[in-house]
Design a protein around this ligand. Sequence first.
Ligand SMILES: Nc1nc2c(ncn2[C@@H]2O[C@H](COP(=O)(O)OP(=O)(O)OP(=O)(O)O)[C@@H](O)[C@H]2O)c(=O)[nH]1
Ligand SMILES: [Mg+2]
Length: 289
Amino acid sequence: MKQPQEGASTDGAATSHGSDRDDSDERALDHAAPAPIPAPLRQLVVLPTYNEALNVEEILGRIRAAVPSAHVLVVDDGSPDGTADLADKQRELLGGIDVLRRTEKNGLGAAYCAGFRWGLERDYETIVEMDADLSHDPLVLPSLFAAIDAGADLVIGSRWVEGGSVVDWPRNRELISRAGNWYARVMLGFPLRDATAGFRAYRGSILGTLDLTGVRSSGYAFQVEMAYRFHRLGATMSEVPITFRERARGDSKMSWRIVGEALTLVTIWGVRDRLRQCSEWARRRRDRA
Ligand SMILES: Nc1nc2c(ncn2[C@@H]2O[C@H](COP(=O)(O)OP(=O)(O)OP(=O)(O)O)[C@@H](O)[C@H]2O)c(=O)[nH]1
Ligand SMILES: [Mg+2]
């Protein structure tokens, strides 16, 4: 796939780069030996942020410490609290970070899709998504990458498999999450225990086959939609247990609208699947008659 030019943007957004090179270096190389073939880019962590000024520096430091060779892309939707500027400071300090500055808050799904496209354009082999609010522990990242290396196409950091847990989460949030996941499992026919989780790794070669422009969902529904699309492709999916911590700083963007969106879309997809199955069954009966 083609490498976008330095300073090129995804979705018209501006990116600040972790490795700015001098043009004169490029010219000097013109007469030298052929440029070495770049090593394949392996691991990208996409971190969506909206008003995470209280968390972004710490999460970036912890990701860098946990997986020093992974690249990180912060996707900020014009946070008024200066999150993107703080991320840029960490970029200069730590390296291996890019900041994609988008101008409008268009929801988590759109931010993730912009981040995925950025990574796919650069041929990353594994693309991780995680929250910036410290709910997801970066120390889990090596096990997500290892599961992809072992053959999985989608690996979910799961609260609801054996060994998984939540800390400081209100009981009603836990009930909504468990019930929503049960409903998604029944309606969509996949075996996942935590399809709404936002801590997961995708195999880039499979992610790249999806039409991301067709993704409409934004919150929990986005996570379910991606898992459902992988399931329909027959992809290998697995879950690793995580401990999820309620955010300690900053405001949640969760809302009843996001829960409603997930319920509505899961119902539509589930009913559509059953109608498809019925018409397939009727067609086969007709063919046999
Ligand atoms: N770029 C971008 N990031 C967002 C948007 N909405 C939420 N985020 C980020 O997505 C991550 C998850 O959002 P949260 O507010 O923590 O939502 P949540 O984890 O579902 O809900 P809580 O459990 O209450 O924290 C965080 O890193 C947010 O900053 C958005 O519209 N655009
Ligand atoms: Mg959160």
